[in-house]
Design a protein around this ligand. Structure first.
Ligand code: NAP
Length: 344
C-alpha cells in the first residue's frame, strides 16, 4: 500500500517538481495539495502555472487545492512534503508536527535548530535519529526533517567523499541558476546579459549547513564539523543547475587522482531516488556543464570535474540540478529514508 502524502506549497517551482516526482512514485500517493489563500478552492490546473518539462498529471490537475492548514489535510495522510517560503514554513510547519504529521521540508526555517535533522541521506542518514530528541523536547507526535539549501547539496557530497583526508578549509564559489529563486525571483531585465555577484543570505547557508551536515551525532547531541568554510554566491542566466568551484585544504596530502577515486567510489544508498553512482567524475576539463549534465541520474546525481592540485589545496568543479537534487528530489529522498527507518 502506498503512503498517502500531502504537498504544501504545491503550486510553486519546487511544489511542481514534487508533483512530477511523486505522481509516478510507487511508495507514495498524492492525497492533498495546499497553497496560499488565493489558490485555495481552485482546481490544481487553475491554481498552478504548470512549467515543468512533462504534462500536468490529469488526476492531479482535477484535485482541489486547499489552504495550508492541518485541518484541511485528510487524517489518513501520513507524510507531508513542504516547499513553502521560509517565513510561511516557520509559521505553519510546527502546527503540522503538533497535529501528528511527519514533515519532510525543503524550506530554510529551522534548518540550523539543534533538534531538527538536516539530512542528505547518502551523507548523514544517521542524523535522522535526532527525531527522537526532537519529539522528547517539543512534545509532538509528528516529526520534522529538513533538506539543505540547493547550493549546499551540490558540494557537500563531494566533501563527504574526502573526509578521510581531514577537511580543514573549504572555499566555494557558486554559479546559480535562476530557478533557485522561484518563478518570481529574478526579473529578466536583471539577469539577461548579466551575472549578479550576491544572493542574500545564501553564503551563510553554505557555510553553516555544510558544517552541520558533516558533524557527528552521538545519539543525544549533534556537534558540527570544525572545518572553515567560505562561500561566495553568484546568480547567472541558466535555468536549472548550480555549478560550483571548490578549493579544499586537507590535513593529509590529497592528490587529484586520490580525490577522483574517493568521489567515484563514494556509495549511493539502496533507496529509489538515490542514483548509482552518486558522484559522476568527468575526465574532460570542460565538464560538468549545467545544460549538458544537470539531468545525470534523473537529476539526482552530483557531477564533478576539473580535479587538480593547486596552491590552495584540491581544486574542482561540481554541479547538481537545483530543483531536483537540490530541492524536490532531496525532500522525496528524505521521505524514502523516513519510510525505510520506520518513522512512517
Ligand atoms: N527553487 C529552488 O531551486 C529551491 C531550492 C531549494 C530550496 N528552495 C526553497 O523552497 C521553498 C519554495 O520555493 P519555490 O521556489 O517553490 O517558491 P515559489 O515558486 O514562490 O512557490 C511558493 C509556494 O508557496 C505557496 N505560498 C506562498 N505564500 C503562502 C502562504 N502565505 N500560505 C500558504 N502557501 C503560500 C505558493 O502558493 P500560491 O501559488 O498560492 O501563491 C506556492 O505554492 C522556499 O522556501 C525556497 O527557499 C527552493
Amino acid at each position: 500500500m502506498a503512503v498517502r502524502v500531502g504537498v504544501l506549497g504545491a503550486t510553486g517551482a519546487v511544489g511542481q517538481r514534487l508533483i512530477q516526482l511523486l505522481e509516478p512514485h510507487p511508495e507514495f500517493e498524492i492525497a492533498a495539495l495546499t497553497a496560499s489563500e488565493s489558490s485555495a478552492g481552485k482546481t490544481y490546473r487553475q491554481a498552478a502555472k504548470w512549467r515543468v518539462d512533462s504534462p500536468i498529471p490529469q488526476e492531479i490537475a482535477e484535485m482541489t487545492v486547499t489552504a495550508t492548514d492541518p485541518d484541511e489535510v485528510p487524517n489518513d495522510v501520513d507524510l507531508i512534503f513542504s516547499s513553502l517560503p521560509s517565513s510561511v514554513g516557520a509559521a505553519v510547519e510546527p502546527g503540522f508536527c503538533e497535529a501528528g504529521y511527519v514533515v519532510s521540508s525543503n524550506s530554510s526555517n529551522g534548518r540550523m535548530d539543534d533538534d531538527i535533522p538536516l539530512v542528505i541521506p547518502e551523507v548523514n542518514a544517521e542524523h535522522l535519529d535526532l527525531l527522537e530528541v526532537q519529539r522528547d523536547r517539543r512534545g509532538w507526535d509528528g516529526a520534522m526533517v529538513k533538506n539543505p539549501n540547493c547550493s549546499t547539496i551540490t558540494f557537500v557530497p563531494t566533501l563527504a567523499a574526502l573526509t578521510d583526508f581531514g577537511l580543514e578549509k573549504v572555499h566555494v564559489s557558486t554559479l546559480q541558476a535562476v530557478s533557485g529563486a522561484g518563478y518570481d525571483g529574478v526579473s529578466s531585465m536583471e539577469i539577461i546579459d548579466n551575472a549578479i555577484p550576491y544572493i542574500g543570505g545564501e553564503a551563510d547557508k553554505l557555510e553553516t549547513e555544510s558544517r552541520k551536515l558533516l558533524g557527528d551525532f552521538d545519539g543525544a547531541e549533534l556537534s558540527h564539523n570544525s572545518m572553515d568554510v567560505a562561500a561566495s554566491c553568484n546568480r547567472i542566466p541558466t535555468i536549472d543547475g548550480h555549478l560550483e568551484n571548490v578549493w579544499v585544504e586537507t590535513e593529509e596530502e590529497l592528490t587529484a587522482d586520490a580525490a577522483a577515486e574517493a568521489m567515484r567510489e563514494y556509495p549511493s544508498l539502496d533507496l529509489r531516488s538515490s542514483p548509482d553512482p552518486l558522484i559522476h567524475v568527468f575526465e574532460e576539463p570542460d565538464r560538468p556543464q549545467p545544460r549538458m549534465d544537470r539531468t545525470l541520474g534523473g537529476g539526482m546525481a552530483i557531477a564533478a570535474g576539473g580535479l587538480q592540485e593547486s596552491p590552495f589545496g584540491l581544486q574542482y568543479n561540481c554541479l547538481a540540478h537545483n530543483t531536483i537534487r537540490g530541492a524536490a528530489g532531496a525532500s522525496v529522498l528524505n521521505g524514502e529514508l523516513l519510510l525505510e527507518n520506520g518513522y512512517i
